[in-house]
Design a protein around this ligand. Structure first.
Ligand code: PEP
Length: 231
């Protein structure tokens, strides 16, 4: 039995823009994507569910309150620059789910890890931490983004075959716990996706869309990437 998964393309604006610039960007995206469902997402969430004295943090409930439906957790920039562990990422995913947000759980290996033949072990460990912390049921809602660190913001993208290989592995790890959820979970690829390479990447059987950094800052480029999702 084949499963139809709805495509998803998320833009990660990072710490770019201004209210004026981003208003123009949003207007451009909305005009070009009329008829598509568009949601608002955040780039991080506190692992703490209840409000309290957590300076510099925002809870899932606060994100919901300002209209977010999705949140990125475990982006490699947070893992590398802010020392986020697999366990913390799992707690953030759990907090997002508890607040009714869709967590986009990022996993990915560094170039050193890829060259050392450790890709499967690294992404497997990162995903298993979330499976252990949140349970496989989480992936009825949660999305996974495979983002090789060496491809983020570098202009060097994984080949569609390299990305597909890891997506199949991630889907297999989830399917090993629950075949139905493994078949339905949405898996995104991220790492220097552009309008020019999106179609070939998104054509792969286990890739359901993308997490887009630099190219999401230009309405034309981003909407062309969205248009490259099959179906
Ligand atoms: C990202 O930061 O998640 C990302 C994929 O960036 P870029 O598309 O710029 O490589």
């Amino acid at each position: 039995m084949s499963v139809t998964r709805r495509g998803l393309v998320a833009g990660n604006w990072k710490m770019h823009g201004s209210r004026t610039a981003n208003a123009a960007l949003v207007a451009g995206v909305r005009a070009a994507l009329a008829g598509s469902s568009i949601g608002l997402g955040a780039q991080d969430v506190s692992p703490e569910a209840a409000q309290g004295a957590y300076t510099g943090e925002w809870s899932g409930a606060m994100l919901r309150d300002v209209g977010c439906s999705h949140v990125i957790v475990g982006h490699s920039e947070r893992r590398a620059r802010h020392g986020e562990s697999d366990a913390l990422v799992a707690r953030k995913a759990a907090a997002a789910l508890a607040a009714g947000l869709v967590p986009i759980v990022c996993v990915g290996e560094t170039l050193e890890e890829r060259d050392g033949g450790a890709t499967a072990a690294v992404v497997g460990r990162q995903l298993e931490a979330v499976l252990a912390g949140c349970g496989v049921e989480a992936f009825r809602t949660a999305v996974v983004a495979y983002e090789p660190v060496w491809a983020i913001g570098t202009g060097r993208t994984a080949t569609p075959e390299q990305a597909q290989e890891i997506h199949a592995l991630l889907r297999g790890l989830i399917a090993a716990r629950d075949a139905t959820i493994g078949g339905s979970v949405r898996l995104l690829y991220g790492g220097s996706v552009k309008a020019g390479n999106a179609r070939d990447i998104f054509a792969m059987p286990d890739i359901d869309g993308g997490l887009i950094g630099g190219a999401s800052l230009k309405a034309d480029e981003f909407t062309a990437i969205v248009a490259a999702v099959p179906g």
